[in-house]
Ligand binder design. Structure first.
Ligand SMILES: Nc1ncnc2c1ncn2[C@@H]1O[C@H](COP(=O)(O)OP(=O)(O)OP(=O)(O)O)[C@@H](O)[C@H]1O
Ligand SMILES: [Mg+2]
Length: 324
């Protein structure tokens, strides 16, 4: 089935998630979408919005993990001029931008606890106050939240408010991992070949039988996003009419120079200088420092290179420096 322009769904597991999404689209209940990274949580959220009576209004997405905690509140609530140092103008927040439409709160498990309380109040009262203002403004939005983490566990660990969890999880949709819906692999691959061939003005018509077999045998820990990236790269590199197995091998993450640098660093900074084996945390800290130095301190790029979000990078750097 090709749903709308972009959603490919063949497997019973994904079709049933999509059917549920279709059913809830009509209502304005909050929805919590769970699933591993890259499974299609955002695409499902967009699908719900597009099939809802709110579709003519905004779909506003916020990745809670990508913005530092102290900026999240002003991003969401907006502010008036002079509300804090640097607030030179009035700013409408995302709650207001999503008026009449849908606010998609991605990576909700990363919300710090004080902001969880503030969001809970908005959901209860359906009103917001911009920072630095006393006026309450009524809002009419639907919230769709998503996370790749186990929120039940976060609630038990007291990292996520139970009352907010219940408010968000009125309807829960779990997006299955790609290894639990292998029927989707080839239709998705075909779709991505078409998409990236068109985008790169290439005449590639599909995959060889060996390439097809290869795709079916992969594990796909990064799910659809990984498959998509792998096909994009294959399309860009291929000079043939069909994608071959060789085009599909994962990219080596380091070139040989980087590998040499890393080994030298490991030997000099770690192995030659320690009398004990480093803990994983100490090792992680050192490695992040190394990656940061390669990127001349650029945290955004470093986080991307390391395959973690910026918030995780900050958190890990916040740990005590290992004493060597
Ligand atoms: N069923 C699908 N059909 C077509 N494209 C898909 C499908 N599912 C996912 N994709 C594509 O795969 C990529 C990842 O999807 P999406 O961003 O929705 O996943 P996610 O679960 O939100 O990932 P993350 O946890 O990394 O944020 C996107 O580029 C999306 O367009
Ligand atoms: Mg996402």
């Amino acid at each position: 089935m090709k749903e709308g322009r972009d959603i490919i769904a063949e497997s019973p597991a994904f079709l049933s998630a999509l059917t549920l999404a279709h059913k809830v689209a009509e209502s304005c209940s909050n929805v919590l979408i769970t699933g591993e990274s890259g499974t299609g949580k955002e695409i499902i959220a967009q699908y719900i919005h597009a099939h809802s009576p709110r579709s003519q209004r905004n779909f506003v997405a916020l990745n809670c993990a990508a913005i530092p905690d102290h900026l999240l509140e002003s991003e969401l609530f907006g502010y008036t001029r002079g509300a804090f140092t640097g607030a030179h103008t009035n700013k409408v927040g995302l709650f207001e931008e999503a008026e009449g439409g849908t606010l998609f709160l991605d990576e909700i498990a990363d919300l710090e606890i004080s902001l969880q309380a503030k969001i809970l109040r908005v959901l209860q009262e359906r009103k917001i106050k911009r920072l630095g203002e006393n006026t309450l403004r009524p809002i009419n939005i639907r919230i769709i939240a998503a996370t790749h983490e186990n929120l039940n566990r976060a609630v038990q660990a007291k990292k996520f408010r139970e009352d907010l969890f219940f408010r968000l999880n009125v309807i829960g949709i779990n997006v299955p991992s790609l290894r639990d819906r292998s029927e989707d692999i080839l239709p998705l691959a075909k779709h991505f070949v078409e998409k990236f061939s068109a985008a790169n003005s290439k005449k590639i018509f599909g995959l060889t039988p060996a390439a097809t077999d290869y795709l079916l045998k992969q594990v796909w820990p990064g799910n659809v996003r990984e498959l998509e990236n792998r096909i994009e790269r294959a399309v860009v590199l291929s000079n043939n009419s069909h994608i071959e197995v060789e085009d599909l091998h994962p990219q080596a993450t380091m070139n040989s120079q980087q590998k040499q640098n890393t080994l030298k660093f490991m030997r000099e900074r770690v192995c030659d200088n320690i009398a004990h084996i480093l803990s994983i945390d100490e090792m992680t800290h050192l490695y992040i420092e190394y990656a940061l130095s390669l990127n001349k301190g650029a945290k955004e790029k470093t986080a991307r290179d390391l395959g973690i979000d910026r918030k995780t990078l900050y958190r890990k750097l916040g740990k005590r420096h290992p004493t060597l």
